[in-house]
Design a protein around this ligand. Sequence first.
Ligand code: ATP
Length: 360
Amino acid sequence: MINLVVMEGDGIGPEITAATLEVLRAADAAFGLGLQFTPVMIGHASLRTHGTTLTDAAFEAACDADGVILGPVSHHEYPPVEKGGINPSGALRKRLDLYANIRPARSRPGIPPRCGVPVDLVIVRENTEGFYADRNMFIGSGEFMPTPDVALSVRKITRQGSTRIAEAAFELAKRRRKKLTVVHKANVLRVSENFFLDCVRAVGKAYPEVACEEVIVDAMAALLVRDASRYDVIVTTNMFGDILSDQASEIAGGLGLAASINHGAIYGVAQAQHGSAPDIAGQDRANPTSLIGSAAMLLAWLGDRRKDNRLLAAAAAIEAALDRALADPQGRTRDIGGSLGTKAFGARVAATLEPSAASR
Ligand code: ATP
């Protein structure tokens, strides 16, 4: 039995989570995975019911689960922390030590990439330190105002954080096209970024088979637009990774396609790259590919850890079903030029996950 906690979140969260669960149930039936889903309330719904967007019980449920499916959250709409407004996404990343945020940007068959050539890269983003004020301190916030006219943000880079994200990136590059791009801003942030680079270089000594290049972040933004197909695995600090991954996903086809997983040594959380998209919430317009793809990444992550081929096969079958559905212009959601609703798209992907279709 594999217990997946499901936190549907805010905005389009409930809709894309429902579509994702439909696909996971089909995968469960086709591959005999023994998935069990435990719904856990977070976000605005939890604030209304329990007075906080993330209860202790919700956090404990995540700790006890084999994995979490996390919908997007509208955390910038929440009240201050002292009034119950905890960002569930940031809190889970910090408290479950989900140091690696793996964000693929892959063109899907039939959907033209915006840079003209097919893209298949993965951004490996450090997820627990950097500029993220809600998670880079032991107590308190990394942002503060010493006077009413001065605002400061502390950015934290550690040897442990940099080393473990570099290891995750080199391991991934070794399994892919053996090419790693390290993105930094060491020409300006000379101490912290050179420290990050030194940590990555040290890890790289154990991976002579991986070709490694270093690129300054502003140049990287331009190079991705020029030709994102040149890149395979990209490793960088938290905020650069956050920004570049939205850019790369948009170049590859659109944010609605952008899957990701947050993981540490123990826990894994599937979470779409995008936010809660309040502009289209409740209209059956959201593209659930992002969260369905994230759920497939979670199954693959669990499969790798447990050496369970059924989980790996189910993850691959979900990816293949997404490709098949997206290849048909009639089978797409509106963000990528189709007319299908969220629910219908999820049903379509689930329907192609019959055991016979999955092994085609
Ligand atoms: P938040 O307030 O939670 O950050 P946002 O709207 O500011 O949300 P995103 O949710 O990342 O930021 O959305 C950016 C744009 O991309 C919006 O126009 C949104 O509608 C669109 N978008 C994001 N996710 C999807 C999706 N899954 N399907 C379709 N469109 C999406």
